[in-house]
Design a protein around this ligand. Structure first.
Ligand code: SF4
Length: 331
């Protein structure tokens, strides 16, 4: 079946302007795409720009942050043109693109019941009366596996567990039949069993509505079972991208190799041989022009120190790109 592009983001730049004229370059020329029905993972350590990228696409960046440039097209609609808003995101957010955050309490209003909130969102986007919206809300809670959905509609968010609140947010996307769900660290605050349940649930919704999903996470192990393609980010840039199979079996960038070495294997019960990546991500203020991973890279050469930042380039078949001077070399 021919793939259809749903979201395309080109050369996005977003910075935060701090006291003393310091510019934090959080997103530094990021381009990526998502096809219809596809699950894409954006992976990297915290502070690498993966969440800010998605917030920029959704026009949720607030001062002192600013989208400086970049184009975003969603389902043929121009959302951002050269960094400027080009569409009314209030109509698109929720209805066509749903965003699920790490801590659902920040997205749910503590003073209204879950039922009131879901009805409100449904009625903002669909021409439904209150009674029909309530029914749809109840069905959506049931669809995401919340037991006794009718009673749960009357609960306040604080009366639910973290896992259940996360399900409520996914239920919003179910009710609105969102074409794209952006799940930003959707499982970080949850225990391992609930993490897997939330991911399975997202996959069910994808099948049910033929939605596309972007999962933003630091947990490469978790998404490797679910994603069709992976983008790896470091210091505000995409440093490697490819199909999940290519990234897992044939990683080209030393940072990706490091992330993979730090993923616990199921058969490795004692967590032997897990190798965390030495050092910390660089400050995003005044990044040098060379490869940002250089100070932490076990493969670095003199060339890496002297040459300008390596651009992403095709290194393998199947849409596999890496930004490393040594990516083409045989191991
Ligand atoms: Fe390491 Fe050099 Fe590749 Fe950067 S360009 S990741 S320093 S080998």
């Amino acid at each position: 079946m021919e793939k259809q592009r749903l979201l395309e983001c080109t050369d996005l730049h977003t910075s935060f302007f701090m006291e003393g004229n310091r510019e934090v370059k959080a997103v530094n020329g990021v381009s990526y795409y998502v096809d219809k029905g596809e699950v894409v993972a954006v992976v990297g350590e915290s502070g690498c720009g993966k969440s800010v990228t998605q917030m920029s696409v959704m026009q949720l960046i607030k001062s002192p942050g600013k989208v400086l440039s970049g184009d975003v097209v969603f389902d043929g609609i121009q959302l951002l043109k050269d960094g400027k808003p080009a569409a009314d995101m209030n109509k698109i957010r929720g209805n066509q693109i749903a965003m699920i955050f790490q801590e659902p309490m920040t997205s749910l209003n503590p003073v209204f019941t879950v039922g009131e909130q879901i009805v409100d969102i449904i009625r903002q986007h669909k021409k439904l009366g209150r009674r029909d919206a309530w029914k749809l809300g109840e069905e959506s809670l049931a669809a995401v596996g919340i037991p006794d959905a009718a009673a749960r509609m009357k609960n306040y968010p604080f009366e639910m567990s973290g896992g259940m609140r996360q399900r409520v947010l996914i239920a919003f996307a179910v009710a609105l039949e969102s074409e794209l769900i952006i799940a930003d660290e959707p499982t970080t605050a949850l225990d391992v069993t609930v993490q897997a349940q939330v991911m399975e649930l997202l996959m069910d919704i994808k099948k049910r509505n033929n939605s596309s999903i972007i999962v933003v996470t630091h947990n490469l192990g978790l998404v490797s079972r679910y994603a069709d393609r992976i983008y790896v980010m470091y210091a505000g840039r995409i440093i490697e991208s490819g199909t999940t199979e290519e990234i897992l079996t044939n990683p080209k960038h030393p940072y990706t190799k490091g992330l993979l070495a730090a993923v616990p294997k199921l058969e490795n019960k004692k967590r032997e041989n897990l190798v965390p990546i030495d050092g910390a991500p660089p400050s995003l203020v005044g990044l040098p022009d060379r490869c940002a991973f250089y100070p932490r890279c076990a493969y670095a050469t003199r060339e890496c120190e002297q040459k300008a930042y390596p651009c992403l380039r095709l290194v393998e078949k199947a849409d596999h790109y890496a930004a490393c001077h040594l990516a083409d070399e045989e191991e």
